[in-house]
Design a protein around this ligand. Structure first.
Ligand SMILES: [Zn+2]
Length: 289
C-alpha cells in the first residue's frame, strides 16, 4: 500500500523559509495500491499538487474522494483539482451531509460566485456524490474503507483503509480530551472515554492523528476541536498502533517547533514504556508498506 501525505497543516495554509521542512499545505492524503484507481482523503490545499501529478501521469483515472468534514482547510483545494477539468476522469465524492440533505448541496455552496469564479457545471470529468456517515464500509479493488465518528466542533469522520495485509487510519480534527490534561491523568481519561475509537484503531500499522497543539499550548485551547501531542500519543499507545504520524499542526508552528514537538512526543512515549514509533508528518512524505 502507498500512502502519500500531500498536506499536513491545520487551519490555514502557511508558507515561508521557516516552513520548508514540514510544509504548509492543508490536509490531503492519497492512498493507492495500483495504477487503476486512487483514494483521496480531504481536499485541503495539498490536493492541487496531487491533481497535477495525476493528470501528468494519466494513469489512475478512477478517483474516490472522501471528506472527513467540510471546514475550509479540508475543502480549500477542491476547485484547483485538475482531474475535474479533464473528461477522462471519473470522480466519486463521499462525505457526511451534516445539516444539509446532501453533500452536493455543500459543494454547491463552495463552488459558486463570489467564493469561486465558476460552478461545478464547468467540470469536464464524470462525477457523483455519495452521502455517508459513521459505520460506512466500502470496498473497491483491494482496498476497503470504514468510517467512525470523531470528536470535533462539527461532525467529522475518521477513516480506516485496509488491504489484505496492512491498515492505515486517518483521524484528523479529533479532540480526544475536551479538558485540561497533563501526562499523569491521560491514560485513564482516554481509556474510559474512547473504547470505540480504541477498538477501531487496535493494532493498526499507521495512525495519522490530529496533533495540532503541544501539551503546553493545548490547555489554553480546550474545546477548539483538536488534540494535544500527548493525547494523540497516549491514544496510539493504548490502541497498540505500530506508528503514529503527528498531523494537522497549528499554522504558528514552524519547522523548529515541530522538531521539538516530535522530540517531546517521543520522550513521552518512552517515559510511558510505549513501543509506538512516532513520526512527524510532512508534505509529500511517502510511505510504502
Ligand atoms: Zn482541520
Amino acid at each position: 500500500m502507498k500512502v502519500k501525505l500531500w498536506g499536513t497543516r491545520g487551519s490555514v495554509p502557511v508558507t515561508g523559509k521557516n516552513y520548508c521542512k514540514y510544509g504548509g499545505n492543508t490536509p490531503c492524503i492519497e492512498v493507492s495500491m495500483s495504477d487503476e484507481f486512487v483514494f483521496i482523503f480531504d481536499a485541503g490545499s495539498g490536493i492541487r499538487k496531487l491533481g497535477s501529478k495525476l493528470t501528468k501521469e494519466k494513469i489512475q483515472k478512477d478517483i474516490f474522494l472522501f471528506f472527513s468534514h467540510f471546514h475550509s482547510d479540508h475543502i480549500i483545494g477542491l476547485p484547483f483539482f485538475a482531474p475535474f477539468y479533464n473528461k477522462d476522469y471519473t470522480i466519486s465524492i463521499y462525505g457526511a451531509p451534516y445539516i444539509y440533505d446532501s453533500i452536493e448541496e455543500i459543494i454547491d455552496l463552495i463552488l459558486k460566485p463570489p467564493l469561486f469564479a465558476i460552478t461545478k457545471d464547468e467540470f469536464k470529468s464524470k462525477f457523483s456524490f455519495h452521502n455517508i456517515d459513521e459505520n460506512f464500509s466500502f470496498k473497491y479493488g483491494e482496498l476497503k474503507v470504514e468510517t467512525i465518528k470523531l470528536n470535533h466542533s462539527h461532525p467529522t469522520l475518521g477513516f480506516k483503509i485496509t488491504n489484505d495485509k496492512k491498515t492505515v487510519v486517518y483521524f484528523t480534527d479529533n479532540e480526544l480530551i475536551q479538558n485540561n490534561h497533563s501526562s499523569e491523568n491521560l491514560e485513564k481519561l482516554i481509556y474510559n472515554n474512547h473504547k470505540e475509537l480504541l477498538d477501531f484503531c487496535k493494532n493498526v500499522d499507521i495512525l495519522i492523528h490530529d496533533s495540532s497543539y503541544s501539551i503546553n499550548d493545548y490547555n489554553s485551547r480546550v474545546g477548539w476541536g483538536h488534540s494535544s501531542n500527548f493525547a494523540a500519543a497516549m491514544f496510539a499507545h493504548l490502541a497498540k498502533v505500530k506508528s503514529l504520524y503527528l498531523f494537522h499542526y497549528d499554522p504558528e508552528y514552524d519547522d523548529a517547533f515541530i522538531d521539538k514537538l516530535l522530540d517531546e512526543t517521543k520522550f513521552f512515549l518512552q517515559e510511558i514504556g510505549s513501543e509506538v514509533n512516532c513520526v512527524a508528518s510532512s508534505d509529500e512524505m511517502e510511505i510504502n508498506f
